[in-house]
Ligand binder design. Structure first.
Ligand SMILES: O=C(O)CCC(=O)C(=O)O
Length: 195
Protein backbone atom coordinates (compact mmCIF):
# COMPACT_ATOMS: atom_id res chain seq x y z
CA UNK A 1 0.00 0.00 0.00
CA UNK A 2 1.26 3.48 -0.86
CA UNK A 3 0.19 6.51 1.18
CA UNK A 4 -0.58 9.29 -1.32
CA UNK A 5 -2.25 11.61 1.21
CA UNK A 6 -2.02 15.32 0.53
CA UNK A 7 -3.05 18.06 2.96
CA UNK A 8 -6.40 16.94 4.49
CA UNK A 9 -7.07 14.33 1.77
CA UNK A 10 -6.37 10.82 2.98
CA UNK A 11 -5.44 8.71 -0.04
CA UNK A 12 -4.21 5.13 0.04
CA UNK A 13 -3.26 3.28 -3.11
CA UNK A 14 -2.81 -0.42 -3.91
CA UNK A 15 -1.29 -0.53 -7.44
CA UNK A 16 -1.71 -4.31 -7.73
CA UNK A 17 -4.86 -4.93 -5.73
CA UNK A 18 -5.96 -7.44 -8.39
CA UNK A 19 -3.60 -9.69 -10.36
CA UNK A 20 -3.46 -9.06 -14.11
CA UNK A 21 -5.64 -12.14 -14.71
CA UNK A 22 -8.24 -11.21 -12.10
CA UNK A 23 -8.43 -7.67 -13.47
CA UNK A 24 -8.72 -8.92 -17.09
CA UNK A 25 -11.53 -11.31 -16.15
CA UNK A 26 -13.56 -8.75 -14.20
CA UNK A 27 -13.03 -6.14 -16.92
CA UNK A 28 -14.30 -8.48 -19.66
CA UNK A 29 -17.30 -9.56 -17.61
CA UNK A 30 -18.33 -5.99 -16.79
CA UNK A 31 -17.61 -4.57 -20.25
CA UNK A 32 -19.93 -7.10 -21.90
CA UNK A 33 -22.71 -6.87 -19.30
CA UNK A 34 -26.03 -5.34 -20.31
CA UNK A 35 -26.29 -3.19 -17.19
CA UNK A 36 -24.74 -0.05 -18.65
CA UNK A 37 -27.04 2.89 -19.07
CA UNK A 38 -26.69 6.28 -20.63
CA UNK A 39 -27.78 8.60 -17.86
CA UNK A 40 -28.56 12.25 -18.07
CA UNK A 41 -27.21 15.07 -15.99
CA UNK A 42 -28.98 18.32 -15.18
CA UNK A 43 -26.89 21.48 -15.34
CA UNK A 44 -28.61 24.81 -14.68
CA UNK A 45 -31.98 23.29 -15.55
CA UNK A 46 -30.83 21.79 -18.88
CA UNK A 47 -30.48 18.03 -19.34
CA UNK A 48 -27.48 16.46 -21.11
CA UNK A 49 -26.15 12.93 -21.74
CA UNK A 50 -23.40 12.12 -19.24
CA UNK A 51 -20.03 11.64 -20.97
CA UNK A 52 -19.82 7.99 -19.81
CA UNK A 53 -22.09 5.02 -19.12
CA UNK A 54 -22.89 3.84 -15.60
CA UNK A 55 -24.89 1.58 -13.34
CA UNK A 56 -25.46 1.33 -9.62
CA UNK A 57 -25.35 -1.97 -7.71
CA UNK A 58 -26.52 -2.05 -4.09
CA UNK A 59 -27.12 -4.49 -1.22
CA UNK A 60 -30.77 -3.57 -1.20
CA UNK A 61 -32.96 -1.66 -3.56
CA UNK A 62 -31.54 1.73 -2.79
CA UNK A 63 -31.71 4.72 -5.03
CA UNK A 64 -28.82 7.10 -5.22
CA UNK A 65 -29.49 10.67 -6.24
CA UNK A 66 -26.77 12.88 -7.64
CA UNK A 67 -26.76 15.91 -9.91
CA UNK A 68 -30.52 15.97 -9.48
CA UNK A 69 -31.01 12.49 -11.01
CA UNK A 70 -31.79 9.18 -9.38
CA UNK A 71 -30.14 5.94 -10.45
CA UNK A 72 -32.14 2.77 -9.76
CA UNK A 73 -30.02 0.03 -8.20
CA UNK A 74 -29.43 -3.53 -9.39
CA UNK A 75 -28.39 -6.42 -7.14
CA UNK A 76 -24.70 -7.19 -6.67
CA UNK A 77 -23.55 -9.91 -9.06
CA UNK A 78 -21.50 -12.76 -7.60
CA UNK A 79 -18.21 -11.32 -8.87
CA UNK A 80 -18.97 -7.77 -7.67
CA UNK A 81 -19.99 -9.13 -4.30
CA UNK A 82 -16.68 -11.04 -4.00
CA UNK A 83 -14.69 -7.95 -4.92
CA UNK A 84 -16.69 -5.89 -2.42
CA UNK A 85 -15.82 -8.35 0.36
CA UNK A 86 -12.12 -8.24 -0.53
CA UNK A 87 -12.13 -4.43 -0.56
CA UNK A 88 -14.00 -4.37 2.76
CA UNK A 89 -11.34 -6.62 4.30
CA UNK A 90 -8.49 -4.50 2.95
CA UNK A 91 -10.02 -1.19 3.98
CA UNK A 92 -11.76 -2.32 7.21
CA UNK A 93 -14.84 -0.50 5.91
CA UNK A 94 -18.34 -1.70 5.02
CA UNK A 95 -19.85 -0.78 1.69
CA UNK A 96 -23.45 -1.26 0.56
CA UNK A 97 -23.31 0.13 -2.96
CA UNK A 98 -21.13 0.37 -6.01
CA UNK A 99 -21.35 3.04 -8.68
CA UNK A 100 -19.81 1.69 -11.88
CA UNK A 101 -18.54 4.01 -14.63
CA UNK A 102 -17.61 2.96 -18.16
CA UNK A 103 -15.40 5.44 -20.02
CA UNK A 104 -15.64 4.16 -23.61
CA UNK A 105 -12.52 6.10 -24.70
CA UNK A 106 -10.73 9.40 -24.01
CA UNK A 107 -13.81 11.39 -25.05
CA UNK A 108 -15.60 10.13 -21.96
CA UNK A 109 -14.87 11.92 -18.71
CA UNK A 110 -16.06 12.82 -15.22
CA UNK A 111 -15.98 16.56 -14.49
CA UNK A 112 -14.72 18.25 -11.31
CA UNK A 113 -16.88 17.19 -8.37
CA UNK A 114 -16.84 15.88 -4.79
CA UNK A 115 -18.72 12.83 -3.60
CA UNK A 116 -20.32 14.87 -0.85
CA UNK A 117 -24.01 13.95 -1.07
CA UNK A 118 -25.51 13.91 2.39
CA UNK A 119 -26.48 10.20 2.22
CA UNK A 120 -22.76 9.34 2.05
CA UNK A 121 -22.20 10.77 5.53
CA UNK A 122 -19.84 13.39 6.89
CA UNK A 123 -16.41 12.04 5.91
CA UNK A 124 -17.13 9.14 3.55
CA UNK A 125 -14.68 6.36 2.84
CA UNK A 126 -14.83 5.62 -0.89
CA UNK A 127 -12.97 2.76 -2.54
CA UNK A 128 -12.24 3.10 -6.23
CA UNK A 129 -11.19 0.09 -8.31
CA UNK A 130 -9.86 0.69 -11.82
CA UNK A 131 -9.92 -1.68 -14.80
CA UNK A 132 -8.78 -1.20 -18.37
CA UNK A 133 -6.77 1.63 -19.84
CA UNK A 134 -4.88 3.91 -17.41
CA UNK A 135 -6.55 7.29 -16.85
CA UNK A 136 -5.36 10.26 -14.82
CA UNK A 137 -7.26 11.03 -11.63
CA UNK A 138 -6.83 14.69 -10.68
CA UNK A 139 -7.52 16.18 -7.28
CA UNK A 140 -7.58 19.88 -6.44
CA UNK A 141 -8.19 21.72 -3.20
CA UNK A 142 -11.44 23.69 -3.18
CA UNK A 143 -9.86 26.88 -1.80
CA UNK A 144 -6.11 26.67 -2.43
CA UNK A 145 -5.26 26.12 -6.09
CA UNK A 146 -1.64 25.31 -5.22
CA UNK A 147 -2.70 22.07 -3.52
CA UNK A 148 -3.34 19.48 -6.23
CA UNK A 149 -2.36 15.97 -7.17
CA UNK A 150 -2.51 13.62 -10.17
CA UNK A 151 -2.70 9.85 -9.68
CA UNK A 152 -2.45 7.38 -12.59
CA UNK A 153 -5.18 4.81 -12.06
CA UNK A 154 -3.89 1.59 -13.58
CA UNK A 155 -5.58 -1.76 -14.42
CA UNK A 156 -6.35 -3.63 -11.17
CA UNK A 157 -5.45 -0.77 -8.84
CA UNK A 158 -7.43 0.34 -5.79
CA UNK A 159 -7.59 3.90 -4.45
CA UNK A 160 -9.11 4.52 -1.03
CA UNK A 161 -10.27 8.08 -0.31
CA UNK A 162 -11.12 9.07 3.25
CA UNK A 163 -10.76 11.85 5.83
CA UNK A 164 -11.67 15.27 4.44
CA UNK A 165 -11.02 14.30 0.79
CA UNK A 166 -14.61 14.98 -0.29
CA UNK A 167 -15.01 18.05 1.95
CA UNK A 168 -11.87 19.91 0.94
CA UNK A 169 -11.11 18.56 -2.54
CA UNK A 170 -12.71 18.00 -5.93
CA UNK A 171 -11.66 15.28 -8.35
CA UNK A 172 -12.00 14.63 -12.07
CA UNK A 173 -11.18 12.24 -14.91
CA UNK A 174 -10.31 14.63 -17.74
CA UNK A 175 -10.88 13.92 -21.42
CA UNK A 176 -7.80 12.82 -23.37
CA UNK A 177 -7.35 12.75 -27.15
CA UNK A 178 -4.61 10.13 -26.83
CA UNK A 179 -6.83 7.47 -25.25
CA UNK A 180 -8.77 5.12 -27.53
CA UNK A 181 -9.48 2.21 -25.20
CA UNK A 182 -12.15 1.74 -22.52
CA UNK A 183 -11.81 1.97 -18.76
CA UNK A 184 -14.17 0.82 -16.03
CA UNK A 185 -14.18 2.29 -12.55
CA UNK A 186 -16.04 0.83 -9.59
CA UNK A 187 -16.57 3.17 -6.65
CA UNK A 188 -17.74 1.40 -3.51
CA UNK A 189 -19.67 3.59 -1.10
CA UNK A 190 -21.86 3.35 1.97
CA UNK A 191 -25.26 4.97 1.44
CA UNK A 192 -26.80 5.66 4.86
CA UNK A 193 -30.34 6.15 3.57
CA UNK A 194 -30.24 2.53 2.42
CA UNK A 195 -30.79 1.18 5.91
O1 LIG B 1 -13.49 7.09 -12.63
C1 LIG B 1 -12.97 7.44 -11.58
O2 LIG B 1 -11.88 7.03 -11.21
C2 LIG B 1 -13.67 8.45 -10.71
C3 LIG B 1 -15.12 8.19 -10.56
C4 LIG B 1 -15.79 9.27 -9.78
O3 LIG B 1 -15.26 10.31 -9.55
C5 LIG B 1 -17.15 9.06 -9.29
O4 LIG B 1 -17.79 8.07 -9.64
O5 LIG B 1 -17.59 9.91 -8.49
Amino acid sequence: MIDLSIDTAKLHFWPDFLTENQADELFEELKTSNLWRQDKVKVFGKTYDQPRLCFLAADRKVNYTYSGLTLPAVDFSKSLSLIKTRIEQTSSTRFNSCLANLYRDGNDSNGWHSDDEKELGDEPVIASLSLGVTRNFDLKHKRNRLIKKRIELTHGSLLLMSGRTQKDFKHQIAKSKRIHEPRINLTFRYIFEAL
